[in-house]
Ligand binder design. Structure first.
Ligand SMILES: [Zn+2]
Length: 177
């Protein structure tokens, strides 16, 4: 679920990405479909109004990442609590072919609420179990894409290998100069 939050924030919220300004997706419905495909839930089409609502929620998820990243845990927690209320997230066991699995969608398991409630619950679990420090914002210049640090040492700083090598190359050039 944290992976879904990362995809939504990075594909739906404007800012900077990989060294260039990012105005947000030209086609929100397509960006939502791509987010789902990226985490293994390909979806052929997404309704415009669902994409609009998810884009709005992604903006609020970004606040959680940014606040947690800068150590403003009270602000992050307030936003997560608001997301939990608005998406009516509640834990529920659903039977799947391979057994029971835990979901948070509550009464509405549609595209928007199902995923947004799961994202809110994932962020709540991260904040509530001491993993807030694992929510990160890219440290590379002109990039504010987010990530979840799952490395063993918890020292991840960049959203992608591309940003990491961009920064390394710049540092190398600075040494040469
Ligand atoms: Zn980056």
């Amino acid at each position: 679920m944290l992976a879904a939050s990362v995809e939504y924030v990075n594909r739906l919220t404007p800012g900077y990405a990989g060294g260039a300004a990012f105005d947000g997706p030209a086609d929100e419905a397509r960006a939502v479909a791509e987010s789902l495909a990226a985490i293994g839930y390909p979806r052929p089409s997404v309704r415009t109004e669902d994409a609009r609502r998810l884009t709005e929620l992604a903006g609020r998820m970004r606040i959680v990442f940014e606040a947690a990243h800068s150590g403003e845990l009270d602000r992050a927690a307030d936003e997560v609590n608001a997301l939990l209320v608005d998406t009516r997230a509640r834990p529920q066991l659903d039977r799947r072919a391979d057994g029971w699995s835990l979901h948070f969608h509550g009464p509405d398991d549609g595209l928007v609420n199902g995923w947004a409630a799961g994202c809110a619950a994932g962020l709540a679990l991260a904040l509530g179990t001491g993993l807030a420090g694992r929510l990160g914002v890219c440290a590379a210049p002109y990039c504010d894409r987010v990530f979840v640090d799952v490395s063993r040492n918890g020292q991840r700083r960049f959203c992608s290998p591309q940003c990491q090598s961009r920064v390394k190359a710049a540092a190398h050039r600075a040494r040469q100069g």
